[in-house]
Design a binder for this molecule. Structure first.
Ligand code: DBV
Length: 248
């Protein structure tokens, strides 16, 4: 069992329990990709597995799980709502590299500076955020331009011990996901054309940013090459732009 497998297993069984899921098509070359990296005794097989679903309210619920031995484990799990809902994005970036663990967990807002939006989607989860924030030390600096996309409930930590990831981070992940599905359950479709346009622009801005600045790009390029990596980023991980320009 690898470090983030229980997170992935929980997420999938929990969304199956609460949502009426349909499959989200994944291009074949992305379902599972592997490469052998390193030399001699340090050789490791790095496998990246992809999972994706959709529901009437959630355009894409997707996970990328990278498993490359004890020192290389990543779970990136993101939920992109349909464009006629004002729901935030659910974003989890759980990363273990030779340099340590890096945990990012948030409900990333569409409209960061609107008090009404904040009251609807951030304030209700602040007590939960504060409880975990006290138990996990703050992760320090992160790219300034990324700050635009995080909420005040952004949980950001670099836990030194794996045990912390297995316990506190796992608990936080489950609680954030539960709170997100509560929001999704209550969400009503947006009808106003002006608001719909604003949602579309905010979703595009977010997905473009994440595709452009994907911190995993370097790693994926080293393992699987440039062509596969760019396709994976634009055709699966952050595919909104492509999905809008296709006819379906
Ligand atoms: N990050 C992704 C995807 C990944 C992934 C799709 C499938 O968005 C992994 C894999 N994140 C990943 C890896 C690293 C990070 C780091 C491998 C380490 C990169 C390295 O050290 O070489 C949150 N993730 C990070 C960092 C942040 C995040 C802030 C540190 C980056 C840095 O210091 O430069 N999550 C990430 C992020 C947003 C988010 C930037 C923006 C909205 O939601």
């Amino acid at each position: 069992m690898t470090l983030y497998q229980p997170f992935l297993d929980h997420a999938i069984s929990y969304i199956k329990l609460r949502l009426d899921l349909a499959p989200y098509p994944i291009p074949r070359e992305f379902e599972s990709k592997s490469a052998i990296v390193g030399k001699g005794k340090n050789q490791e097989t790095v496998v990246t597995s992809s999972y994706a679903f959709r529901t009437p309210k959630l355009r894409q619920i997707r996970a990328a799980h990278v498993q490359g031995g004890k020192a290389l484990q990543v779970l990136n799990f993101v939920i992109f709502p349909q464009l006629n809902y004002d729901l935030p994005f659910f974003g989890a970036d759980l990363v273990t590299l030779p340099g340590g663990n890096l945990i990012a967990l948030d409900m990333q807002p569409l409209f960061r500076d609107e008090a009404k939006y904040r009251a609807k989607y951030t304030e209700p989860i602040l007590p939960m955020f504060h409880a975990y924030h006290e138990r996990l030390s703050w992760g320090g600096d992160f790219p300034e331009e990324a700050q635009l996309f995080f909420s005040p409930a952004f949980l950001w930590s670099r836990p030194k011990e794996t045990r912390i990831v297995e316990t506190i981070v796992f608990e936080a992940f489950r609680d954030y996901l539960q709170a997100y599905l509560d929001f999704a359950e209550q969400a009503e479709p947006v009808k106003d054309p002006h608001n719909l346009q604003a949602i579309k622009e905010a979703q595009l801005q977010y997905t473009r940013y994440r595709a452009d600045k994907d911190p995993a790009r370097g790693m994926f390029k080293r393992f699987y090459g440039e062509e596969w990596t760019e396709e994976y980023i634009h055709g699966f991980l952050f595919d909104l732009e492509r999905s809008l320009s296709s006819v379906s």
